[in-house]
Each structure stands twice: as C-alpha cells, then as structure tokens.
Design a protein around this ligand. Sequence first.
Ligand SMILES: C[S@@+](CC[C@H](N)C(=O)[O-])C[C@H]1O[C@@H](n2cnc3c(N)ncnc32)[C@H](O)[C@@H]1O
Length: 194
Amino acid sequence: MSLSIHVCPWWLAQALDNPIRRLIHSPDKILGEYIEPGQTVLDLGCGSGTFTIAMARMVVEAGRVIAVDVQEEMLQMVRQKAVKEGLTCRIITHQSEPDRIGISDRVDFALAFYMIHEVPDVDAFLMEVASLLKPSGKLLIAEPLMHVSESSFKKTVDAARLAGLKPVSEPKIRFSRSMLFQPDNAIDSRNDLV
Ligand SMILES: C[S@@+](CC[C@H](N)C(=O)[O-])C[C@H]1O[C@@H](n2cnc3c(N)ncnc32)[C@H](O)[C@@H]1O
C-alpha cells in the first residue's frame, strides 16, 4: 500500500468536535450497540476526542478507553476534555508512531473513525489492530464517503481480511463507508480468555 504523509491538522480535528458533527455522527447511535460497561476499548486516531469521551461514558467506571493518536496536540485536547468531564480515570492517552500503535492491551472494541486513509501502511496497521482484539472483539472502520473511493475502501477491507478480520456488517453511518469486523476465529465473549 502507498505511503501517506498527510494527517488531519489539530485545528481541523478541534473544529470537527462540535454539536452539529455530534448530531450527524452521534457516538451513542454509532457505537451504542457495540460497547458495554466494563470493557476496554480503543479509539484509533482519536483526534480531539469526540468518540473517546462518549466511549468513556459507555464503559462506565470499570472500563477503560485507550485513545491513540500520532499527534500529541490531539492527545492534549483529549486530556483537557477528560478533566472537564471528570473522566480522567477511564481514559489513557497514547502517542503512536505512524507505522506502529505500540500498545499491548487486548481490547473488546476498536474504532478507526475517519483515520485509515491517513495511515501510511494500512496492511501493517490492521495486522497490529487484529493482534490487539480479544477473540470476541470487534473493529469498526468508518471512512469519509467523499474522500475515500469505493475502490480504496475495498482495499482497506481486503487488508483487514488479510489480517484475519472478517467483515460482519456494514453499519449505516452518514456520509461514510463503513464496515464492522470480527476476528476470523471469533468466539462468544462468555468464553473469552482475558
Ligand atoms: C480526520 S481525524 C479523525 C479524528 C477522530 N477519529 C474523529 O472522527 O473525530 C484523523 C486522526 O487520525 C490521526 N492519525 C493519522 N494517522 C495515524 C496513525 N498512523 N496512527 C494513529 N493516528 C493517526 C490524526 O492525527 C488525526 O487525529
């Protein structure tokens, strides 16, 4: 896959976190059915934290959100919001490398919202994401419809398949191309080894 050097600037990500965006991309509507109290979840390319903060509410006190981004400015914004919302205990921020996430926690759910098209090596990135999912884990990828062509998105889906992730549904997300994945050998969460 081709190398990309473009990342969303911090000021655009900050501008994206507004009430109109939250109406169009309501985190509760998009993620509500996948996230449960007590879970460990991953927000890949968290930006200014629109989804991180909502996910932190969904996992409640016993759960954790790992907010990952290549840009420290984004993580600073997330930390500020976490303080303001009283959610610091549930949110861990982690600065990743463009070609390596670099965490070792196994997660119940991972979100990659409008970020895969900025990742330089999608194959390697999705391999690493797959290795972080619990056997019952899920990955939701959403990409902007106007920015990512059908053929580019298909390449991403193919890369996920190669990484051992099986497409299970195409959730409807406004202005987006999206796919929900599970590990090929997915097992019921009640049998999950932690
Ligand atoms: C368009 S923003 C989307 C932010 C957020 N997911 C949202 O929907 O509001 C893309 C984010 O992905 C981050 N990003 C780009 N490449 C990345 C990589 N290889 N690993 C982690 N984060 C990355 C950027 O820094 C930016 O914050």
